[in-house]
Design a protein around this ligand. Structure first.
Ligand SMILES: Nc1nc2c(ncn2[C@@H]2O[C@H](COP(=O)(O)OP(=O)(O)OP(=O)(O)O)[C@@H](O)[C@H]2O)c(=O)[nH]1
Ligand SMILES: [Mg+2]
Length: 304
């Protein structure tokens, strides 16, 4: 039996979280067109006859001295310190720049096996050659696999390569686990994803979601709980707040006549219904957080 922990590392928006979702077959980690979507170490688990791969999704590697970014870099370093292997994701649609070099420099100090997934091959195959050359030059020890995280091309080959390089060992999680995240955290992430999708530019980076209450009419929030045969799914009430920095941001998220928050609520409710075996009833509001509590306390909320 093979068993490995694998940190997924790469630039912002390279497609790390999309790749994790495609590898596991579940929506484990939220994704967005804007960078800096992932803010935590999110685990996704793949169990097969061959063994078990435990992936750790990480925030995008971003060179900056802002406290927010430094904190995310710490998360990446922590993931690299606790992992057997690295799955390095590069974006073949963007030429390698300073950030890509910084990632490669950091990975040079990693002693385990590295697999480089050259992503987004569905769009423009001519970026592939330059991306492969970059990896050959800067991470010569890495095995290269071209993939499309979105379309699924190359995913089977990527898994084969990862299993081949994984050490022998016992599974870390039961075979039916695909993530280790608590239901409240998953719910907050799904709502954050829908809020990000509904607004542009500045707001995505400052908002976070607080779950005030989660209560069900069944026996628990256990995801494995199945509806009774032929019966209706039990109901799950979720009361949540989208937290922003200012009244003007609140205004943008609420939208004219409350239309934007309504569409975020409807979209989030639908997505939540896909990951939890419940009929979801979501009560969603936007709150501007009080001034004067913006520094470390806030960082702890943004990056948990
Ligand atoms: N065309 C195409 N788009 C992709 C592919 N993989 C990811 N994307 C898109 O790239 C954008 C970023 O994807 P994410 O998975 O959120 O990227 P990430 O690396 O996790 O980003 P951060 O968490 O912000 O670092 C989204 O709009 C995805 O739909 C792919 O294989 N092909
Ligand atoms: Mg991500």
């Amino acid at each position: 039996m093979k068993s490995a922990t694998i940190a997924i590392i790469g630039r912002p928006s390279a497609g790390k979280s999309t790749l994790l979702n495609t590898l596991t077959g579940y929506k484990v980690s939220i994704t967005a067109a804007v960078p800096q979507t992932t803010r935590n170490k999110i685990r996704g688990i793949v169990t097969e006859q061959r063994g078990q791969l435990v992936f750790i999704d990480t925030p995008g590697w971003h060179d900056s001295h802002r406290k927010f970014n430094l904190r995310m870099m710490d998360l990446i370093s922590a993931a690299l310190g606790e992992t057997d292997m690295v799955l390095y994701v590069s974006d073949t649609l963007r030429p390698a720049g300073a950030e890509e070099l910084a990632v490669a420099e950091r990975l040079k100090r990693f002693s385990g096996p590295i697999v480089a997934a050259l992503n987004k091959t569905d769009v423009q195959p001519n970026g592939l050659e330059a991306a492969a050359r970059f990896v050959h030059e800067h991470l010569p020890q890495a095995e290269i696999v071209p993939v499309s995280a979105l379309g699924g091309a190359g995913i089977g080959q990527l898994k084969t390569q990862l299993f081949a390089l994984a050490p022998e060992g016992e599974a870390l999680y039961p075979g039916d686990y695909y993530t280790d995240q608590a239901p409240e955290f998953r719910a907050a992430e799904i709502i954050r994803e829908q809020a990000i999708a509904a607004c542009r530019e500045e707001i995505p980076h400052v908002l976070y979601v607080e779950i005030a209450d989660m209560e069900n009419s069944g026996t628990g929030t256990d995801e494995s709980e199945k509806p009774p045969p032929g019966g209706k799914k039990p109901r799950l009430w979720i009361r949540a707040f989208i937290m922003v920095e200012s009244e003007s941001q609140k205004g943008i998220l609420v939208g004219a006549g409350g239309l934007r928050i309504k569409s975020i609520r409807v979209a989030a409710q639908k997505e939540l219904g896909k990951i939890f075996p419940y009929r979801i009833q979501l009560d969603l509001r936007v709150k501007a957080r009080p001034r004067g509590r913006r520094e470390d306390g806030l960082l702890n909320k943004l990056i948990r």
